[in-house]
Design a protein around this ligand. Structure first.
Ligand SMILES: Nc1nc2c(c(=O)[nH]1)N[C@H]1C(S)=C(S)[C@@H](COP(=O)(O)O)O[C@H]1N2
Ligand SMILES: [Mo]
Length: 236
């Protein structure tokens, strides 16, 4: 009973502060709301741990990916010179960026950990453009609440709330450990979210959309993960 009324109170507070995650209904909904609301209030201004170069993993493990499509292979053969990131939705200036456009923006390097929900992790240096630079470039409209991002790999997509999207450590990674980002690790363009668990770090990003609701995407739970039983909010 105490647990149930605690969850009800958490739900009421979360609603008041606009802290309901997209997967807040359903069996685990109250628990997801409690986790998201408390953690996002705590971590909104927090930073993921950054490591010294001596901590970079010698043998980082890449989760095996589905065989890239023919279109991906053709792009790879020309050094991804035709790769496009389209950014649209609740923005003033929908824009298509090439990798060269992104590299011309301010670039950040971070040595952070990727942690998979299955229990392993590794530390690497990630080099890329902070997502907030891209979002400022396109001009996010005030109604925006989420930023959804999509891979060229089918069914690989996720979203962040607007605070996480503007977090200084959320970057569009194009480099890893002083080289180009290898395809196995999501090259040429990967969402790198060190404050969230591995599966939010989607590889081969080609589309970003800014929205006020995640209801229109997939089953409306905010990402592909809750459709498979994992939480949308996966803060660490
Ligand atoms: N496009 C795409 N992105 C993906 C995945 C995937 O299968 N396809 N796997 C995710 C999962 S479950 C994890 S834990 C991390 C693994 O990152 P790594 O391959 O760099 O270890 O990538 C995430 N991003
Ligand atoms: Mo994972």
């Amino acid at each position: 009973m105490a647990g149930a009324s605690g969850l009800a109170a958490a739900d009421a507070i979360a609603r008041r502060y606009g802290l309901l995650p997209p997967d807040s209904s359903g069996i685990f909904g109250a628990g997801e709301t409690l986790t998201y609301a408390t953690q996002s209030l705590l971590t909104r201004h927090a930073a993921a741990r950054e490591f010294p170069p001596s901590m970079i993993s010698a043998n980082p493990f890449a989760v095996p990916i589905a065989p890239p499509t023919d279109a991906f292979q053709r792009s790879r053969a020309i050094g991804f010179s035709d790769w496009q990131l389209s950014v649209d939705g609740l923005v003033r200036r929908p824009t298509r960026f090439s990798l060269a456009d992104l590299k011309a923006m301010p670039v950040q390097s971070q040595i952070t950990e990727v942690a998979c929900e299955e229990g392993w992790s590794y530390v690497a240096e990630w080099i890329g453009t902070p997502l907030h630079h891209v979002l400022r470039e396109v001009g996010v409209l005030p109604a925006a609440r989420y930023v959804a991002y999509f891979s060229v790999e089918p069914d690989q997509w996720d979203s962040l709330d607007i605070h996480e999207a503007f977090h200084p450590q959320t970057i569009l990674a194009m480099g890893m450990n002083n080289g180009d980002l290898p395809v196995a690790f999501g090259g040429p363009l990967r969402m790198r979210v060190p404050l969230q668990i591995g599966y939010k770090n989607i590889k081969f990003i080609h589309h970003i959309t800014v929205t006020d609701s995640m209801k229109r995407y997939g089953k409306g739970l905010g990402s592909a993960s809750p459709e498979g039983g994992y939480a949308w909010f996966a803060g660490i």
